[in-house]
Design a protein around this ligand. Sequence first.
Ligand SMILES: [Zn+2]
Ligand SMILES: [Zn+2]
Length: 148
Amino acid sequence: MHIRPVTRLPDEQHPPLGPHTDAIIKAFESRDWIFLDCHDANTAFFTYRGSFGWIDFERKAYTPSDIDLATLDCLVIRDRKTFLAEVTTCGVTKGCSHHRSMTVRFPFDGLVLPDQLDEHETQARDIDTAEVAQCLLFRECSEAVCRG
Ligand SMILES: [Zn+2]
Ligand SMILES: [Zn+2]
């Protein structure tokens, strides 16, 4: 996903996540996520700074997707009083199944961020970038199952 500044701030009159908008943005930011955008009236989009061991994509000439990488991202979708976190995990968009980015979804109450974010943040920080590079170059990593 492209790292870009917020292009559309929450509408003060109709905040995208209702009364939880500020609290949810603050909760993500306190965990080193960047608030990127509101795609529409009921969503907010975040990306995790710790992706790939804190590589600073904001300072690069390319975006992660340019080089077939996916940062840990989260789209929060509000449906009346319930919230859905749609997470894209940190990984490759082309490569072996160990490293391929996946989309997972989990509901939450809008008061506390979902517990599952912990494991995805840890995976994003700890991902082996040498393995990822090999995966991008050769479409396989050194895991036994990949080497046959
Ligand atoms: Zn791989
Ligand atoms: Zn592999």
